[in-house]
Design a protein. Structure first.
Length: 391
């Protein structure tokens, strides 16, 4: 069961380094090249389509399997790859009830020298039962999509205390439903250059530039945009237990049609590992993002605050929690008023590892969108249990 909690922990626990390529190896997969996993779950979903009204609830039964590879190609090169297939049976879903999703990923990291390396990763996702549902989409709309992503990061030293990082990210969205595809199918390119100076052994000063282009497949002249980000900040890492990063600057966003925008850009994150297997993380991001209704709105100004906690209750039991709160303002196109929204996402999980191979998880996820536009409101919760075996 791919819960919102797991997505939040993976994607937003460290927003200041979210542009980096990092893929830790799960404990169950360490020490061997090939690993296999089988699993099953059952959960109740209170709003399977994310509708604002007339919500449809259903039990969902899932079976999944995965294969992964992690190994050193040479003394300087590491490679990994994985494939997962997952089938959801949504008992009370109108129309198709069996939804099969696929996840394919790979990573290649090579060290040219002690201070020079390159890290590449790619992922392709076919999501037939999305975990995050689009606000404002008419009830009973198929929101399945395909998503491709490529990340690259080249790091080197320019001197004894100076470093250079070149970054690149490409994302492609392709929705299955024609109406959503016409509105939302797009390509996003993000390139960055980071210069750093080691002011102290534990403190690094950073200056960064990013260039982003967003191009839509349909009606691009009304929706395409180009952004330039200029920011400065620091990374503070006094030890493996504590990490703090901060970036502040501004984004200059240019549009083919419509007024250009200059807006502040802020990202702050911290992490404190207070015991083995236990940590606390918190952060804040202020940025401009793409809305789910591009016909009426140009952008969404987002303030995102998050809290993550993982606490090992014993050697076999771990409690995890994640809370994200997003006050935002949708920027209306000419003649359309702006709309304020508040999005809250909560995830809780209790994991039990009776053996190294077995994992049993009880989880609860809650999503709430409170919007000035009644058609965009959304409330959804999922409660369930899952088990997986890795060998």
């Amino acid at each position: 069961m791919n819960t919102t909690l797991r997505t939040i922990l993976a994607a937003s626990a460290l927003p200041a380094i979210a542009f980096a390529v990092y893929a830790p190896i799960p404990e169950q997969e360490q020490g061997k090249a090939l690993s296999y996993r089988v699993g099953a779950s059952a959960y109740h979903d209170s709003n399977i389509f994310g509708g604002a009204t007339n919500e449809i609830d259903s039990m969902v039964y899932n079976v999944n399997a995965a294969i992964s590879y992690n190994g050193s190609v040479s003394d300087q090169t590491f490679a990994s790859g994985s494939y997962e297939i997952s089938n959801d049976h949504v008992a009370d879903r109108p129309g198709k009830q069996n939804l099969t999703s696929h996840n394919l990923g790979g990573r290649l990291a090579h060290s040219f020298a002690q201070d020079t390396n390159i890290d590449l990763s790619a992922a392709y996702n076919i999501a037939k039962n999305p975990q995050s549902l689009l606000a404002g989409v008419p009830l009973n709309t198929d929101q399945s999509f395909k998503r491709a992503q490529l990340d690259g990061r080249y790091t080197t030293a320019a001197g004894a205390k100076t470093g250079v990082v070149v970054k690149y990210r490409y994302i492609n969205f392709a929705y299955d439903t024609a109406a959503l595809a016409s509105d939302l199918d797009r390509d996003e390119n993000l390139a960055g250059l980071e210069l750093s100076y080691a002011y102290l052994p534990e403190t690094k000063l950073v200056a960064e530039y990013r260039h982003q282009t967003i191009g839509y497949d349909t009606a691009g002249s009304a929706k395409d945009k180009t952004s330039n980000f200029f920011m400065a900040g620091f990374d503070y890492n006094p030890g493996k237990e504590v990490m703090f990063t901060g970036r502040a600057g501004f984004e200059q966003r240019d549009r083919d049609i419509g007024s250009d925008t200059t807006a502040p850009y802020i990202e702050v994150s911290s992490r404190y590992a207070y015991a083995e297997g236990s940590f606390f993380a918190a952060g804040y991001v202020h940025t401009i993002e793409e809305p789910s209704d591009v016909d009426r709105f140009t952008d969404s100004r987002v303030n995102r605050l998050f809290l993550n906690l993982q606490h090992r209750l014993s050697g076999a039991i771990t409690l995890s929690g994640s809370l994200t709160y997003e006050p935002s303002e949708l920027q209306g196109r000419t003649g359309i008023p702006d709309v304020e929204e508040k999005t809250t996402r909560l995830g809780l999980a209790l994991s039990w590892h009776p053996t190294k191979n077995w994992t049993v998880i009880g989880s609860y996820d809650y999503d709430d969108v409170n919007s000035d536009d009644a058609n965009r409101g959304q409330n959804r919760d999922r409660l369930g249990v899952s088990a997986r075996f890795t060998f």
